[in-house]
Write a protein that binds this ligand. Structure first.
Ligand SMILES: [Zn+2]
Length: 129
């Protein structure tokens, strides 16, 4: 996993999706083929850094390696260009979370692998509610 992480690391530090040059549909994660018009002509485009929570769930039991982060809030966020993204929502009191809250994209540590010292970073969202 470490090698593929490093090969793709430029995509983890910004939300890099793509846009169809024929119909302007945008995708994240990037698509190989436009699902709207079928075009294969897509160009990289950075996604907006703000959006709103469409729905979310609170994980009180978490996978191995994420114990220090529980409870984990996972949400579906609709970015301001309409693209829907699954992501962790952080830095927000649980009782303040609401569907419809505005969110802002942030980059945070995802996890670390203590045996090799590798630290993985990626996108999360912080709610502005
Ligand atoms: Zn298209």
């Amino acid at each position: 996993m470490a090698i593929s992480y490093w090969r793709r690391r430029d995509r983890y530090y910004r939300l890099l999706g793509n846009r169809c040059t024929q119909c302007n549909s945008e995708y994240y994660p990037p698509a190989y083929l436009c699902r709207r018009c079928g075009s294969e002509s897509l160009v990289d485009v950075e996604m907006p850094t703000t959006g709103q929570i469409l729905t979310y769930t609170i994980l009180r039991e978490v996978m191995s390696g994420f114990e220090g982060q529980q409870p984990i809030v996972i949400g579906i966020v609709q970015l301001d260009n309409g693209v829907k993204v699954l992501g962790q929502i952080v830095d927000t009191p649980l009782d303040a979370l609401k569907i419809g809250c505005r969110v802002r994209l942030v980059f945070r540590k995802i996890r670390d692998e203590s045996n090799v010292g590798q630290i993985y970073y990626g996108y999360k969202f912080t709610a502005l509610c």
